[in-house]
Design a protein around this ligand. Structure first.
Ligand code: TXA
Ligand code: MG
Length: 341
């Protein structure tokens, strides 16, 4: 299969919508990362998403809509959902709610809840509207690879496997949406993202964060979200995250880097303000703050792979605000190899 990479304009969006209606798969931009979409109410099309990604069958998909009226047939809404939708939709927030009959079990991997998101990206919105159906879409990477934040990343992973990718330029947020479960009495963040726990608590009065967000699951522990079980975001290189004062962290990273055997190719991930500390060593600049780091992290991990890097040594971010989302992705990429210095 040849994969068409088309600039996202009126004409290509109409073509993509026709593909979706016919049960096909389309790569498309959202404000978080690129997604791999299909008609959420077509079980065969949904199964094709799993096949194209090599995604484990037990990891459910997010259903994308453009307005509140489209949510009601899909799930049982509640007061928390209405308040969060008012505050943050359209935007990088996914809500887990009890599913209704119409949602095929292929989408939810057999769970009795469904993940719903209303993206803000104009191309995503136009595609859903013109398709005339809710669109199931995981991130558009091959399973286990960093999520795509450029159409070129999606081409790298999906060329030859899907008929079309819409190019809408770089994604704004750069990490996947916040996933919040609203099936209990209080909101519970299962995956941190651009809508932070602090922002959710400001609207609902309370918001919990699943503690598996910043640590590996224990042997035999049930995952609150199936996505937590699987290896994720992993570069080919071995990666370690260093936490501590900026001075101590940079000194330790430099020592580790300089001690690498000749056969290893090292890469240091650092904030803009620290890059000069590393001199001529191989660095990737994650930008001035944690929002920039969210925007840049997946591209940096992909570049590391493309450059044949075997060892990634990374600075850390405070686990507050969007820093929690950055640290969640980096900790998973590092297989939770966190070192306190
Ligand atoms: O920003 C995003 O959310 C992107 C764009 C394309 O919208 N999509 C995305 O999808 O990141 P995906 O499939 O890569 O991640 C969905 C996450 C997974 O961790 C999955 O386990 C979790 O949401 N999830 C989906 N349905 C769930 C459910 N019913 N209960 C708990 N977790 C669920
Ligand atoms: Mg994903």
């Amino acid at each position: 299969m040849k994969t068409q990479l088309l600039p996202a304009d009126e004409h290509s969006i109409a073509q993509a919508a026709a593909l979706i209606r016919a049960g096909g798969l389309v790569g498309f931009p959202t404000e978080t990362v690129y997604g791999l979409g299909a008609d959420a109410l077509n079980p065969r099309a949904v199964l094709d998403i799993f096949a194209a990604k090599g995604r484990p069958a037990d990891n459910p998909l997010i259903v994308h809509i453009t307005q509140w009226a489209e949510l009601e047939p899909l799930c049982q809404a509640n007061e928390m959902a209405r308040k969060l939708a008012d505050a943050f939709w359209p935007g990088p927030l996914t809500m887990i709610l009890p599913k209704k009959e119409i949602v095929p079990p292929e989408v939810t991997a057999g769970l009795d809840s469904v993940a719903i998101r209303m993206p803000s990206h104009p191309v995503a919105r136009a595609l859903i509207r013109e398709s005339g159906c809710p669109i199931a879409a995981p991130s558009g990477n091959r399973s286990g690879r960093p999520s795509p934040t450029l159409a070129a990343h999606m081409m790298d992973d999906m060329a030859g496997r899907i008929p079309m990718i819409l190019d809408g330029g770089p994604c704004d947020v750069g990490v996947e949406s916040t996933v919040v479960s609203l099936t209990g009495d209080t909101a519970l963040v299962l995956r941190p993202g651009g809508v932070t726990p602090e922002m959710i608590a400001a609207v609902l009065g309370e918001c919990q964060v699943a503690d598996s967000v910043m640590r590996p699951l224990k042997e035999g522990e049930a995952a609150p979200s199936p996505g937590m079980k699987h290896k994720h975001y992993a570069p080919k290189a071995r990666m370690t995250l260093y936490e501590g004062s900026p001075e101590a962290v940079s000194a330790r990273i430099i020592a580790e880097y300089d001690a690498l055997p000749a056969a290893e190719k090292g890469l240091i991930l650092a904030a803009s303000g620290h890059i000069a500390l590393y001199g001529q060593r191989n660095t990737a600049d994650l930008g001035p703050d944690e929002w920039a780091a969210a925007h840049n992290i997946f591209a940096a991990l992909r570049q590391a792979d493309a450059d044949g890097v075997t060892r990634v040594l990374s600075e850390s971010y405070p686990e507050s605000g969007v820093g929690l989302a950055v640290m969640n992705r980096m900790a998973r990429a590092a297989g939770f190899d966190l070192v306190q210095v």
